[in-house]
Design a protein around this ligand. Structure first.
Ligand code: AMP
Length: 206
């Protein structure tokens, strides 16, 4: 069993790394942000509750998130482990996760504010959870991976990015010390290329 969590600021590259690690390790990629966005698209009660919170860049309450994650990691496909992307985001979530299962590695993909702001403000996403940056897209309205319409996430708009960074620093950054104290933290340079970060993660895991 191998349980991995991905930490780090929004736009640091957690999702990109999880998308590579998941097939390589044969473990499910569990992105709480993707789960919430799917609930919003499907207009479920959870989606209706989460919609405004996400658009403003704030955090969905711990109790709600814990319910979702506990249910998800009990599913059959998690029996050999999982890659959690975007959870935990608070110390309370981390403590609750610890009472559910053991975490083997916390990969902290760190990046400075200016890198994050540049990445998030140029990021486009499609309904299939692919993300691209306008700097490398031929057409910013079309996902280069699957051809679906690409849009800017509501919370990638400049007015919200600033709040997400503040929320990260206040609520999520303390997790770095939390996992450091547990001896399972590995920090990677999120400003490096996706390939280089991936290589560094492979070294950590080998
Ligand atoms: P992400 O795609 O991981 O950047 O998540 C997008 C948004 O979903 C966040 O800004 C939060 O509003 C919400 N969200 C995702 N994961 C969590 C979590 N673990 N706790 C609280 N809110 C979350």
């Amino acid at each position: 069993m191998l349980n991995i969590i991905l930490l780090g600021p929004p736009g640091g590259g957690k999702g990109s790394q999880a998308q590579r690690l998941s097939p390589a390790l044969g473990l499910p990629h569990i992105s709480t942000g993707d789960m919430l966005r799917a609930a919003i698209r499907e207009k479920t009660p959870l989606g209706l509750e989460a919609q405004e919170i996400i658009s403003s860049g704030n955090l969905v309450p711990d109790g709600v998130m814990l319910g979702i994650v506990e249910q998800r990691i009990l599913q059959q496909d998690c029996q050999n482990g999982f890659i959690l992307d975007g959870f935990p985001r608070t110390i309370a979530q981390a403590e609750a996760l610890e009472s559910m299962t053991v975490i083997h590695h916390a990969l902290n993909i760190a990046a400075a504010d200016d890198v994050i702001i540049k990445r998030l403000s140029g990021r486009r996403s499609c309904k299939n959870n692919h993300t691209s940056h306008i700097a490398t897209m031929e057409n910013p309205d079309i996902c280069p991976i699957c051809g679906a319409p690409a849009i800017q996430r509501e919370d990638d708009k400049p007015s919200t990015i600033e709040n997400r960074l503040m929320v990260y620093k206040e609520n999520t950054a303390p997790l770095i010390e939390y996992y450091q104290d547990k001896g399972i933290l590995h920090t990677l340079d999120g400003a490096a290329s996706i390939e280089d970060v991936y290589k560094a993660i492979q070294e950590v895991l080998s």
